[in-house]
Design a protein around this ligand. Sequence first.
Ligand code: NAP
Length: 475
Amino acid sequence: MQQTKLWINGVWEQTKETTELTAPYTGEKLAQVAKATVQDVERAIEGAHEAFQAFKKTTAYERAEILYKVVAIMRERKQELAEILAKEAAKPLTAGLGEIDRTIATYQFAAEAAKHVTGETIPMDAAPGASDRIGYTKRVPLGVVSAITPFNFPFNLVAHKLGPAFAVGNTVVLKPASQTPLSALVMAGIFKEAGLPDGALQIVTGSGGDLSDTLVMHPLVKKVTFTGSGAVGLKLKEKVGLRKITLELGSNAGLIVEPSTPLEKIMARCVGGAFGFAGQVCISLQRIYVHGSIYEEFKKLFVAETKKLVVGDPLDVKTDVSAMINPGEVARIKAWIDEAKAQGAVVATGAEFTERTCTPTVMVNVKPDMKIVCVETFAPIVSIVPYETLDEAIALVNDTELGLNAGIYTNVLTDALKAADELQAGAVIINDIPTFRTDNMPYGGVKMSGYGKEGIKYAVEEMTDLKFITMKLSY
Ligand code: NAP
């Protein structure tokens, strides 16, 4: 069985303790994973700090070339990388290949961004008494970035940390999710082959909880970038002090479907948004508010489309939905569905369970305060709710502490713009589901869904300091 190591200062290091990694779908043992100690993380941070002293002096051209090389290597190894996702995350192969394609695009955006990190000229003579000065800004790297990533997009969400960090000359200590270390570790070899200097990327595996304080509060860490659950994100925010922090957290994405919508044309898209990767997506479609005049028709079509989905082995290309990340998650969502049923909700289809899977589940007759509605479910479950006016629908979508993406289907321009203004979300997606992201768009939630933005250009801003320089032109 594979025994993984830590990647510190360009050397694979064995640890005394390991933890067993099992496949979410089959339960088979995949690897013994190195368990880093606090001292290992401290050495990784110190090594990254050391590496920063040289890496910050590399040119934008050199850093872009490394990132372009990563793109080229990943293109050659797509199938192998998607299979890692299928095994350790139970991501169906087709979706896994999609994630690898997106990851390649993310690194490509980062390579391009490396060459466009610019400042501006300040018109110093616009201020009284400063006529003989020039002034300009430049963006400078911060130093060591601690990156903590979740299990659900283990290649692409790591790329959203490493890509912008390396583009600007930062170094990174990466702590991937305990369930998905293999996809992170394979990137160590890829970056090495691409020419990244040793120490610029350190990968420590182990329990996020145990390593948290060191990753977040070590004096040499200048920035924390975290993608994961709101509960953990909030804890990190409380202890980060004056360091920069970006938090990409969860949501319970809502969609409004207005009467002008051609239902047949959007159905496959809506079902895909609700059940892709078993709903374990931060912008998974969880709440669908449908105008009363088309509610019954929508429900009928949605349930019929849902029943077409194939639940099974992630390595089978026919599989649409595979295992949840662990049996505990299946038990949790079963309890939430049972609770909702006891409160009057009705299962329109799904809610069949094995130890590791939950069939795609559609709920109706739900109430706004049921857990399956107001809390992030992170599971293959969606609720369909009728409404009468657009104001009511907007209020229902906003009736949550969360706000990452929200969507509306409407052909009425003024209604689309009203929703764009009034929906409380980091992004409003018009005429598509909220489960939409390209890797160059600004991405990040409002309310309890996050703090700061990703999307390469925006992450570059969050991973640099703005420095001002002025020169007096005469004595
Ligand atoms: P999680 O349990 O919060 O874990 C995320 C990462 O944080 C893992 O590496 C985890 O390590 C680590 N961690 C756990 N406790 C920690 C602590 N006290 N201090 C520091 N790190 C800690 O989240 P998940 O279950 O992997 O991912 C699902 C969540 O991520 C969902 O809420 C989802 O919506 C959100 N998400 C958000 C976005 C976005 O861009 N907004 C994208 C994807 C996912 P261990 O694995 O070792 O516990």
